[in-house]
Design a protein around this ligand. Sequence first.
Ligand code: AKG
Ligand code: MN
Length: 200
Amino acid sequence: MSNGLKYLPSYFDRAAQETLVAVLGECLAKAPFYTPVMPRSGRPFTVRMSNLGQLGWVSDRAGYRYQARHPETGEPWPAIPAVVMEVWSKVSGYPHEPEACLVNHYREGAKMGLHRDEDEEDFSAPVVSISLGDTAIFRIGGTERSGKTETLKLASGDVLVMGGASRLRYHGIDRVLTGTSTLLREGGRINLTLRRVKRP
Ligand SMILES: O=C(O)CCC(=O)C(=O)O
Ligand SMILES: [Mn+2]
């Protein structure tokens, strides 16, 4: 794959995935998953979300934005753990730290519609995504919504980097294949999406 799309299958082995899950568990105890709603309509997302880092991506009736606090607890988001920061420094090719790590939780039936990550100021930084748990069918198109799309299976431990010409490509999750991983005790899938938000 070219154009700034880097797929790194099995970036984390099983032991490293288990470490990540344990570290995430501590973070999520402080910043629990909540259900965001769509701007205007207020329709709930099927994915539950939380964030780590100085800034978290949120969606509510007022719109999409980054903010420093959890919308339900009012607390600052927990710091991005070192093991996660390390992935960014190894694969992003970008010399500044990410401020945001969105944590997506897909339970049975959850999906994410085709969209672009475009609420950041700095598109010269890639988006780095880490998959844990059940395999997901990831769909990726071009920079226009109407463009041709293809799919890629994202399995537990895989890392995907969307940078360069791929930074603003449309993408989404068609579905999650229930029961394909034993990593998460309650099943489902967790995706971590690291982003640089502000211009350095
Ligand atoms: O779950 C995924 O792999 C994709 C998540 C995503 O595109 C996003 O949170 O913006
Ligand atoms: Mn996205």
